[in-house]
Every structure is written in structure tokens, then in C-alpha cells.
Design a protein around this ligand. Sequence first.
Ligand code: PHE
Ligand code: FE
Length: 286
Amino acid sequence: MSNHFEKPDHARADWTIDQDWSRYTDEEHAVWDLLYKRQMEVLPGRAAPEFLDGLKALDLGRGGIPDFEVISDELEALTGWRVVAVPGLVPDDVFFDHLANRRFPAGQFIRKRNELDYLQEPDVFHDVFGHVPMLTNPVFADYMEAYGKGGLRSLNYAALKNLAALYWYTVEFGLIRTDEGLRIYGAGIVSSKTESIFALEDPSPNRIGFDLERLMRTDYRIDDFQQTYFVIDSYDQLFRATVDTDFAPIYERLQGKFAHGPEDVLDRDEVITRGTQAYAKAGGRF
Ligand code: PHE
Ligand code: FE
């Protein structure tokens, strides 16, 4: 989410472009297959069941980079969402408007084989493998639409940072409690082999129970593993806590500022794991 971009000439007014699926090379399809295979070595038993169900429902391992038209038809039949191609990051209002209309904007390009683990801008693997499976879950699908609508509304306030923190700590880096233990559902985690393990098993990060305003007040790392993960009990909890709450008073209180650092643990937090922060203290960056 950023406003510092110029719309490329080949993009439409809503920043969408053609996916041009037939122009992907064999090497690009092979990179998808490799990333898919690597993730499937770590995700069973770590990813949320709803994520794994979504992967299967859309058959994202059918081989090669998915054709957005094909998976959109399948996804639309399930929850009414479609996937549209964009050149990369898009301005906030454009992003929110797509979500509000149940369109997920996905990067068209794929990373190179020599940078499998880290990239600056979301590519088709992060966006489609990471985000799209959860959109098959009806409650999560509704949450994402509500987030887009809330985002459009938030443009009238100094709220972007706080609303972005909510997205970050749920949609990108969220954990969920299950009867079998903690599981990952955030797209930034499930699309990263190393963070899939780190987020659940490393003693370094905090794992703290979800609390809407606490999380909207908390700064986050954009270029390294998180120092804190927030844990929801259910997608219903997330939906109710956000959709049934008027954010305007929260925006007034927070004034677009963060009160807590990424590593802070507060007295009234529901602490599931108090992290050692050993990874971050050692300098981080994988
Ligand atoms: N309820 C929020 C508001 O009043 C909108 C919202 C819903 C934001 C769901 C995020 C997620 O603006
Ligand atoms: Fe993402």
C-alpha cells in the first residue's frame, strides 16, 4: 500500500493490466512449481486448515502459474471474489476499492530463481499462493471486503498507518488458535518457507492474543521476520471485532500514530509466548 507510484501506461484507470498468461516462460512456470513444492514441505501441520482447504479447492498446485481467469471463475463460484492483475503495489484508494468490490489485486510478475526467499514487491506467488486460498473461506472473504470498505472510509481520517497495522498483523502475518495448536494463516507467512517455521517454532517472537486497538497501535517490521505475531481464536472473532466496531473513535484516539514498538509486551496483553527477541537482537534479516 503506497501512494508514491505512477501508473504505467499499459494499466487501466483502476490499475489493472492483462495477466498475459500465455507469455509466461517455462522458467517462470518452473519457479512457481519450485516455490509451491517448497511450501508444501512445511505447511501441512503449520498452515491453518482453511488455508490448506483453499489451496486444494482452487487446485493451485495443478502445475505452473495459475491463469487468473480460470481460478477467478472457480473462486467466484465459491465466495464471489475474483483475482485481477496489477503491475505491483497500487495506491491505497485503488487497493481499497478493489477489495471493497471483492477483487483481489495480484502482482503479475514472478520472482527469479536466485531470489526465492525475499523480495521487495509482492509477486504472483505471494499474492496468489499466499492470499487467494483464504478468500475461499466465507467469513474471511467477508472480512476482506469489509476491510476494503473500511479503507475507503478511512481516507477521511489520519488513519492509514493504524489501518495498515491491522492488515499487517492479520491478513499478512496472522496466527490462529486451533485444537491442534497454533497455525498460520497470514499470507506473508504462508508464502515464506523460513517464516512459516519461525512464526510458530522460534523462541524469538512474541505471540499475543488478538486485541483490535492494541494491534492498531503497534508498529511493525516490513523487511524482516516479525517480532510479534497476534493470534485470533477464529475468523468470526476477527470479523466481529472489526466489522461491528466503528473505527472513527479509534482513529480519533490514535491520530495516525503508533504507541508500541514491534517487540513490546504490555501488562494487559494475553501473552501466549513471551519472545526472547534473540533473533532481532542478533541483527535479524534471516
Ligand atoms: N468497522 C470499520 C469502520 O468503522 C471498517 C472495517 C471493517 C475495517 C473490517 C477493517 C475491517 O471503519
Ligand atoms: Fe500481501
